[in-house]
Design a protein around this ligand. Sequence first.
Ligand code: ADP
Length: 484
Amino acid sequence: MKILLASSEVHPYSKSGGLADMVGALAKFLARTGNQVGLITPLYRGIREKFPEIQPFDWNLDLPLGESRVQAGVCVRHFEDLPLSIYFVDQPQFFNRAGLYGEGGLDYSDNAERFTFFSKAVVNLARYLPWQPELVHIHDWQACLVPILMLHQKLHEQWATKPPTCLTIHNMAYQGSFPSSKYGLTNLPLDYFHPGGMEFYKGLNFLKAGISYADIITTVSPRYAREITTEQYGCALDGVLRNRQNALAGILNGVDYDEWKTVANPYLAHSFSVDDLSGKVANKADLQQEMGLPVNPEVPLFGTITRLTDQKGVDIQLAALEEMLAADLQFVLLGSGSSVWERGYRKLAMRYPGKCAVRLGFDQGLSHRIEAGCDFYLMPSRFEPCGLNQMYSLRYGTVPIVRITGGLDDSVTDISESLDDADGIKFLEYSPRALSKGIRKALVLYKDKGLLEHYRRNGIAKDFSWDRTAAEYEQVYRRVIPGL
Ligand code: ADP
């Protein structure tokens, strides 16, 4: 198959969360099974300097954006050993900035312009790239105008061979909502601005446009696919999704084990495996030292790596830790996000020196060391479309403590579900009390070395490899590519 992907972030070029990991891996694994794959993403600041393999591509974009025209170049990275090309849209005014979507906690005021332009660039490449993609797979609201723009070109601009489109929703909470005055940026007639199309309570909603016009829709876990058609999790678009239920599938994300590995990992000083966990003990000592905590193998070490947003259950985690840090345990956090939550964690660390250590910022290397060095990983999300860190934890022999929601439920097994397969601790109620109870269960488990090893072995052995996930996406593509 010939697949063109489009995403506003792609690991290792740009990343704010799991979207980047997922798209980077999907492209690679689809290409590994012989598909021809292109991937379009913005050329953000610093990417070219970091990846000298990226070359200019003979392609000039000159596209209408409302009443103006905007020009851009395209750069490309080809891979010798894979049928994969990554195209970077080079529009410095839009993308050569300090942040991906905003700075200092505020979104850029021209995000509608930036990502309408990006979507138009995707459509241009989809239509004119000589290798003629058979399907365009877009990710999240930033690329969600692509299906409607493509449809319009098919109906009114003689694009008879327009390929079908697939939308993957990574998080319903981010929809790209803008005032209706931004509709002119699309240069579409008003025909698409109605409640069955892009309009949402008189404003514009990019995600809704994607859901309404993509040929097929996926989201990143089976449970989240069910949840988002309910009022509780649908973020006001549950009705739109129920209308498209027949086109909606949930596919659990995979883990890129080329990157998330416990042997020969450049970020880890000590390798370890299911048969020899001594390296994990050494990584724990290193992590305690790196985070300024007393180096002590006996004390259970808990960790979290997260965007500090309401979604991640930060409020119940702070409250539960207030109580639980009185016990004999240590906790490390790596995170960035809302200044309220950053302050909350800073204060917690000041109140519990020697027990709680907090690092605010984004640090890929430290995220691996926390996964490897901790005994338990806390993930009490309010909702979680898939979640990757609990899967990384399992592979790193770190027992995840998760709330029963979305992909957390699909990827972790509690002892109440199966003693044989247990690899984590799950709780349902969204409250500090329920999370504290989970932490208490972890403290009991930590004392039972035999059972702890059983959990660790199960977690390490669990297989979330991308081969399965990529194969499921191929099946979905086959449903809509004509003639396959
Ligand atoms: P989400 O996409 O909602 O943020 P996921 O669990 O799906 O949550 O993915 C988060 C990804 O971002 C993981 O790879 C995680 O390690 C990474 N991450 C989040 N915050 C940080 C941080 N402060 N430093 C390094 N990596 C981070």
